[in-house]
Design a protein around this ligand. Structure first.
Ligand code: URA
Length: 240
């Protein structure tokens, strides 16, 4: 890619107008190779120069893959008239056109949400055919009984008659009220509905992993960051 105007480059690779880019520069929020940019019209060689916005490396790869630690109370939609969405949590420096959540978490579920503008990748990780496991930790209102454990491991049938694939279920505490569940499907409210069908309703629910990639414990609820290439690949790798 040849050198080009910095304001044009940023405007073309994220959803900001040239005017908005000029304001970022005016406010001293853009740095090139460690120096604060004063002239929005200066040249950038995107292959060699290191561009930072608000102190964070700016990513102009073809697609973005962002790990978000979704807090409770936020909806996994791209837009909502009244409620805060997962996209509202993405800072300007990471925002780009076409971002969407690849797989939804309920408003009352917290944890790992992948935001991307790569529809093919999203399809790949969400299709049950590809067996990408999503791992959840649930606390239950009542202990997981042996029968419930067996039902879930064999593939429980929901109250509406939907038959689910077998789930990988482990108790994480002696009181059998904290459980880890791995599933490859992504049906509406699946974990809550499968545990309710097995007679053990959910109290709290968090997604901790997508494939072999764990939610970064350094991300506080509401925070997000770009994935590295190696991390993105871990999403399609098998878990233990
Ligand atoms: N299963 C649920 O019940 N809720 C989620 O948010 C994700 C999986």
């Amino acid at each position: 890619m040849p050198a080009q105007r910095l304001d044009k480059y940023i405007a073309n690779t994220c959803s900001l107008s040239r005017k908005e880019v000029k304001i970022l520069v005016r406010d001293g929020r853009v740095a090139l190779n460690g120096e604060t940019v004063r002239d929005a019209g200066m040249q950038i060689d995107a292959e060699k120069d290191v561009l930072c916005i608000d102190g964070k490396a700016y990513n102009a790869e073809e697609h973005a893959y962002i790990m978000l630690n979704k807090p409770l109370g936020v909806v996994s939609a791209s837009r909502d008239r009244t409620q805060k969405t997962v996209l509202d949590l993405v800072p300007d420096a990471l925002f780009r056109k076409g971002l969407f959540p690849a797989g939804r978490l309920d408003k009352d579920t917290s944890g790992f949400v992948l935001l991307t503008d790569d529809g093919d990748f999203a399809h790949r990780i969400l299709s049950p055919k590809n067996h990408v496991q999503k791992t959840y930790v649930a606390t239950l209102k009542t202990p997981l009984t042996k029968e419930a454990h067996q039902m879930l491991s064999a593939g429980v049938t929901l109250r509406d008659g939907t038959a689910l694939l077998p789930a990988d279920v482990r108790c994480l505490a002696d009181d059998r009220r904290t459980v880890q569940i791995k599933i490859c499907e992504g049906k509406y409210h699946q974990i809550r509905r499968m545990l309710a069908a097995a007679g053990c309703p959910v109290q709290t629910l968090m997604r901790t992993h997508m494939g072999a990639l764990a939610l970064d414990p350094a991300l506080r609820p509401g925070e997000c960051r770009l994935l590295t290439k190696a991390e993105k690949e871990k999403i399609t790798q098998k878990t233990d």
